[in-house]
Ligand binder design. Structure first.
Ligand code: SAH
Length: 342
């Protein structure tokens, strides 16, 4: 038995052909699964019974189950899922200003151990399959009463560019008009700076958004909070980002979480504006979410304002973001960390 979401449109067409069935049924099956949110072949009433039976014998639609769903006062919904092998992952949907953003995980656990992030606290388990990633979206869509999910961001647990092939396959299915049909410009991959992944992504010809979790503007500071900086140092990362922008003609977004006493004072803002000079980009400033067990606090309002002010005066496009869903622990890995033993 295989998860049918592992198959893209062409692959399903070939399966149908190999069964001696017309390939056009692939479109109907896709519509049922991705647009109507069907979780059972039996309900696909416009398919012949024999085909439904054949699908049922060879495939399943849902391979993950919801073990906890939480709704925040601000409308943010968070799901904790159990995979077939009992690993736990989480995903969040965030409604705001006429949009609903689905925040998806790409791996069970995380191997990168960023010092401010709950996701790495329990180590790395494994990559998610394409089907598991798509199922997160299936449940988020069902959770919001089948309201249209308008945006998708890979900002849950894990590093999407460290699970490149499965994430890219999922991105194509999310984007496909026979799949979730979400415009490529509304799909964001967020990376901690896996340079080979950024280089590959530049060649894909996709119009998706790239977000880079920068969080520091010099090697010493970045290495302190992001061990990956030892493998992919800042200068090389910035070179890869510049090459990405040149090749794709797309703007990059840099995520910069502000952590008091680490990266949030004026000299850091000055360094940041220097390394971004002349680059087509914007910066999302996010006061860090304090996380139990990790010794981090956000700076005060004044320091935050002055950091932002410096970037604006230097001509950097900057937005100050507020963390959402704090009452349900919606920051990366926070819900999972309650359920996974160390
Ligand atoms: N591995 C990818 C995607 C997952 S993290 C990446 O690093 O981009 C998604 C975003 O949440 C990243 O920008 C990450 O730095 C941020 N994040 C993690 N822990 C946080 C915290 N405690 N407070 C605020 N943002 C956090």
């Amino acid at each position: 038995m295989r998860d049918i979401k592992e198959l893209d449109f062409k692959e399903l067409e070939s399966v149908l052909k190999s069964w001696g069935m017309p390939a056009f049924h692939a479109r109907q099956v896709f519509r049922w699964i991705y647009q109507k949110g069907a979780d059972d072949f039996g309900c696909m009433t416009n398919l012949a019974l024999t085909l439904r039976k054949k699908l049922q014998d060879d495939f399943y639609i849902l391979g993950i189950s919801v073990i906890k769903a939480l709704c925040s006062k601000d409308g943010t919904e968070k799901f904790l899922f159990e995979l077939k092998d009992k690993n736990l992952i989480e995903a969040v949907s965030i409604p705001a200003e006429g949009r609903i953003t689905a925040c998806l995980s790409s791996q069970a656990g995380c191997k990168f151990s960023c010092r401010f992030c709950a996701s790495g606290m329990f180590g790395f388990k494994r990559n998610l399959t394409c089907a598991e990633i798509l199922e997160e979206l299936h449940y988020l869509k069902a959770g919001s009463q089948n309201k249209r999910i308008t945006h998708v961001v890979f900002m849950g647990t894990g590093e999407p560019l460290d699970n490149y092939d499965n994430v890219l396959k999922a991105v194509r299915m999310i984007n496909s008009k026979d799949g979730f049909n979400i415009a490529s410009r509304r799909i964001t991959i967020s990376t901690n700076g896996v340079i080979p992944g950024i280089k590959r992504l530049a060649q894909e010809g996709l119009q998706i958004e790239l977000s880079v979790s920068l969080h520091a503007a010099d090697d010493k500071t970045r290495f302190r909070i992001m061990p990956i900086n030892r493998i992919y140092p800042l200068k090389e990362l910035m070179r890869a980002c510049r090459a990405y922008v040149r090749k794709t003609n797309r703007q990059i977004t840099f995520e910069y979480i502000l952590i008091k006493g680490i990266n949030s004072d004026l000299p850091n803002a000055q360094k940041l504006s220097t390394i971004l000079k002349g680059l087509n980009c914007k910066v999302n400033l996010i006061p860090c979410n304090p996380i139990e067990g990790l010794n981090i606090v956000p700076p005060g309002e004044d320091e935050t304002r002055s950091f932002k002010g410096h970037l604006i005066r230097s001509g950097v496009h900057v937005t100050l973001r507020r963390s959402r869903g704090q009452d349900i622990e919606a920051a990366c890995g926070q819900l999972r960390s309650r359920y996974v033993k160390k």
